[in-house]
Write a protein that binds this ligand. Structure first.
Ligand code: FE2
Length: 248
């Protein structure tokens, strides 16, 4: 089993539209751990237009992660945010209204599904110019990217990391989305695959199926990078020892 790293999820409970109760969060953590995840970064939504988004996340993280550490001592938990792009994003980060991933320079940024591809690329460049390192959340969710994959390739050329959602890679979000994801994977344009898990009923915190899908089609090395090494590096964590497929 591999130590997967999930750098995008809404498991921290009661702070956004993800898990609402400690029980729901615990169910998501249990599912993630059972399927081989050993590092999770909680990324509650930050939307500047919704004051309550992500409020109280630090306190909730401190208490919940301490509790989970008792249950799963080898599970690494950290805190970040999924920030909806806005013009004053650098100010929001500087004044603590929202946060980077695990205190690094990396910021997980999302846009609205209908936002123009050129606008997305240009906006991420402005974040870079302000001294932060943007990561584009679920690149497959933007209609203009699906129709024009060149936007994604131009981000990869600029070393702006792209994250895909695991359910999109495995085909659960439709053929067109899967085709787009696999095109990017084929060209090495993806940095990380994460769950974006919200819902314990869907038990969508699992990365193992996606890992197998990518390893089968694109090789073990790339799969290891996308599900473990690169996301850990983006979180400022050292790479873990490789483990054999048979044992932890
Ligand atoms: Fe998300």
């Amino acid at each position: 089993m591999h130590g997967f790293c999930d750098l995008h999820c809404h498991i921290l409970y009661g702070v956004d539209d993800g898990a609402q109760t400690k029980e729901e969060a615990r169910a998501l953590i249990d599912g993630a751990y059972a399927s081989g995840t050993r590092t999770i970064c909680f990324t509650p939504h930050y939307n500047p237009l919704r004051a309550l988004a992500s409020a109280g996340a630090e306190e909730r993280f401190a208490s919940f992660s301490a509790e989970m550490k008792e249950v799963y001592p080898d599970l690494t938990l950290c805190l970040g945010a999924e920030v909806l792009y806005h013009q004053k994003i650098a100010e929001s980060l500087a004044n603590g209204a929202c946060r980077t991933l695990n205190g690094t320079r990396f910021v997980l940024i999302e846009f609205l599904p209908d936002d123009d591809g050129a606008y997305i690329v240009r906006s991420l460049e402005t974040v870079t110019a302000r001294g932060y390192a943007p990561i584009l959340a679920h690149a497959e969710r933007y209609a203009d990217f699906l129709d024009h994959p060149g936007y994604a390739f131009s981000l990869a050329e600029k070393d702006i990391p792209i994250q895909l959602n695991v359910r999109s890679v495995t085909g659960e979000n439709g053929k067109k989305v899967k085709k787009f994801c696999h095109l990017l994977l084929k060209h090495g344009a993806v940095a990380a695959i994460a769950t974006d898990a919200h819902d314990p009923v869907l038990s969508d915190a699992k990365l193992d199926e996606g890992y197998r899908c990518v390893a089968r089609k694109f090789g073990e090395e790339y799969a290891h990078s996308l599900f473990s090494a690169m996301p850990r590096s983006l979180l400022g964590l050292r790479e873990q020892e490789r483990s054999s497929p048979d044992g932890e």
